[in-house]
Design a protein around this ligand. Structure first.
Ligand SMILES: Cc1cc2nc3c(=O)[nH]c(=O)nc-3n(C[C@H](O)[C@H](O)[C@H](O)COP(=O)(O)OP(=O)(O)OC[C@H]3O[C@@H](n4cnc5c(N)ncnc54)[C@H](O)[C@@H]3O)c2cc1C
Length: 411
């Protein structure tokens, strides 16, 4: 059950924007540390529910199981998922007990229930954060507003990356014939007999290709680089001191940014998905072109003609851009006034937050990919949600940390 904005008080101690896995992880860690925070925070999300974006993405791409192992989830007890799965062992997938989609979602519902968070999400989009120094006024999409002493931004997102050639398409085309993977919902599509071109080499491309093949389409996968096979987005060494020690010892934030890029190294597919794709190549239903970049696309009544830099040309009925998202704090309209009021250093689009993931100068905290300079390459993942919570919670529960800001001096 969601909460209506009209039931809100005028003022609140803590406002959390977004109700995805990051916000849920933060709330459980916060309540574990300080039960008295209950009733002192609100969570905003346009869906009015926890985990709606996550559920939508997994359902739309028909993802069978997570990429991350069973220790990563929103409960502070690392064994919570394993315990929950005791009666459902067949829903943990090899090679490292990757939780099945339904198992993970059920665990999250169990977490929400156990921590009594069912009625914590206010159904509203935050449209503006107005700095009142030292507080904030949050404006909601119904025109109402609320004053918050502290704010956590856990909106996930980023800006969809759209290749240049898309903006240069001169011909008119039906919107559903070219779209970002974020907008594709396999459940709603009939694709038998179609030729689908998928751009990008990340796991999402793999899921889309398998979904389209299962619906009787022929698929053509175009990758800028070689297909990379990796179990995880970043090596497990990034979850602990093995790599993070060196990362945090690096005081040059440009170098930290480079370490993040090197660790994630663009998109990659799991060996299991790559194997399914290779099988489809052998049956002739899938073609994979590596080191290939599109230069131009034209729509002709009922098909695309796509040209690549190497001079090759392809015909297809749909194009899906599985080109990911870009994370740049200067693109975040919600943070515009914060950035104007409290100017901070930025390294390659990432804000240089303090070690509590706080925006220097005010009590606003950021979780997710934008916090990567202080969390590391897995900042956007479930493991990053836990690491971020461990950093933010002390600053929220200990008043001595408030305003005792550690403002980095470089960049
Ligand atoms: C297909 C897919 C599979 C993934 N699989 C894994 C995996 O297996 N393991 C792993 O560790 N990571 C995985 N990730 C990466 C990451 O864990 C997820 O993207 C995760 O959903 C990020 O959580 P989040 O809370 O930051 O964002 P989200 O889940 O996107 O939640 C953010 C919420 O904020 C809301 N919001 C946005 N703007 C506003 C606003 N202005 N006001 C109010 N609410 C707002 C959104 O509506 C949304 O509900 C996956 C990502 C994708 C896309």
């Amino acid at each position: 059950m969601d909460t209506n904005p009209s039931q809100l008080p005028n003022k609140i101690d803590l406002a959390i924007i977004g109700a995805g896995p990051h916000a849920l992880t933060l709330v459980t860690h916060l309540l574990q540390k300080r039960q008295t925070m209950r009733g002192r925070f609100v969570v905003f999300d346009p869906s009015g529910k926890w985990m709606s974006q996550w559920q939508q993405q997994f359902a739309a791409l028909e993802i069978l199981h997570l990429r991350s192992p069973a220790v990563h989830h929103p409960d502070p007890n690392p064994f919570a998922l394993r315990k929950f799965a005791e009666s459902r062992p067949h829903e943990l997938f090899p090679p490292y007990d990757l939780p099945g989609t339904q198992l993970f979602e059920d665990l999250c519902q169990d977490v929400i229930y156990r921590w009594d968070l069912q009625n914590q999400v206010v159904k509203a989009e935050v449209t503006r954060i107005q700095p009142l120094h030292p507080r904030f006024r949050l404006w909601l999409d119904d025109g109402s507003s609320i004053i918050a002493r502290r704010v956590v931004v856990a909106t996930g997102g980023g800006k969809l990356q759209i290749p240049d050639w898309v903006n240069q398409i001169a011909t008119k085309y039906p919107q559903d014939r070219l779209c970002h993977s974020h907008k594709v919902d396999l459940r709603k599509l009939q694709l038998a007999g179609e030729n689908i071109l998928i751009v990008g080499g990340g796991l999402t491309s793999g899921h889309l290709a398998i979904g389209a093949l299962a619906r009787g389409a022929k698929v053509h996968l175009i990758l800028r680089r070689q297909l990379q096979e990796k179990l995880f987005d970043a090596e497990p060494g990034w979850l602990g001191p093995k790599y993070l020690k060196g990362f945090f010892a690096e005081s040059d934030y440009q170098k930290r940014w480079q370490m993040i890029q090197a660790a994630r190294n663009g998109g990659s597919m799991t060996p299991a998905i790559a194997m399914q794709l290779r099988r489809a190549v052998r049956t002739g239903n899938l073609r994979i072109d590596e080191h290939c970049q599109i230069s131009e696309a034209q729509w002709f009544e009922n098909h695309w003609l796509v040209s690549c830099h190497d001079g090759s040309e392809y015909k297809c009925s749909r194009i899906w851009l599985s080109t990911g998202s870009k994370f740049d704090v200067t693109d975040e309209s919600l943070l515009t006034e914060i950035a104007d009021t409290y100017p901070i250093a930025i390294a390659n689009g990432l804000p240089i937050l303090d070690t509590y993931l706080r925006w220097p100068g005010c009590e606003l905290f950021i979780m997710g990919a934008l916090a990567a300079l202080q969390v590391g390459p897995t900042a956007r993942n479930l493991s990053g949600a836990r690491m971020a919570s461990e950093k933010i919670v002390p600053a929220i529960v200990k008043s001595s940390i408030a305003h005792n800001l550690r403002i980095p001096t470089r960049y």
